[in-house]
Design a protein around this ligand. Sequence first.
Ligand code: PBG
Length: 336
Amino acid sequence: MSPENSTTDKSLNPFQRPRRLRRTATLRRMVRENTLTVNDLIYPMFVTEGEGQLVEIASMPGCYRYSLDLLLKEIAEVSELGINAIALFPVIPENKKDDTATQSYNPDGLVQQTVKAIKQAIPEIVVITDVALDPFTTHGHDGLVDENGTILNDHTVEVLVKMALSQAAAGTNFVAPSDMMDGRVGAIRQALDAEGYINVGILAYSAKYASAYYGPFRDALDSAPKFGDKKTYQMDAANAKEALKEIELDIAEGADIVMVKPALAYLDIICQVKEATNLPVAAYNVSGEYAMIKAAGQMGWIDEKQVILESLTSMKRAGADLILTYFAKEVALMLM
Ligand code: PBG
């Protein structure tokens, strides 16, 4: 009898022995249900004005604000690694912010210029641009604010539409409304179609929670709200059915891809959303999730690489087809 197939450890004799399929790496690969690949990854990147600028974000070690020249080099590199898409976020200097986010729809604004340059230099990379006012407003909210501090919905959507159109004109592939205003996906879809941008997709931040996990991202953009919080537009962490309602609305309004954000504390939502739709589902592995793993890794308290792979694999298992993650480049290198 071959030693591989027999053992003296057989007093119990259960009918099913699930460990049979976990015995060797080969067997484990054969029965593996989910596999993380580079095709799942979307890389969020921060662009800043100027030239030769590469500034590490203190609370996101390994993530940088890039000026356009260096951003293009980095995108060329990540594209070589097989990453298909980037999500772009602008760092707007304080003196260009105002109450109404005027710079958000400037045809020659930072995002618009950056998109044009990327599409010229590396046309194959899919470019996703965020649609929300917070990087552009002095108060740091995603929408327009009235004199009582209320975030206005419909007036905000008018600005979001202008912003999305300016990004489409610059050549973006997907606009990604992350503002959580009601009705914005439909308004943006109609406006894009009316202007002939039928191939510009909408990646909708459909179930976006009011989350403390966004802290490091707001450091990266200097975009923390100056008063109050985002709880009148982003969702309550306690709710799941509401996520399905938001998803349903965004699909009806024309979303091409729906997203759940954050990811790790919301795997149950990813799972339910995946069951509720046949559209691709994206998950955003947000800045705070990144920062926690990096910090514990730097302290030597966890095996950072293994924790990254385990976390992202859990998002796939939950049902995510796409994962926005600051780990994208690292993971692409690990998967090679
Ligand atoms: C802007 C926006 C935010 C994030 C993505 N787009 C911040 C916020 O809503 O306050 C967070 C991303 C992250 O934390 O990684 N609306």
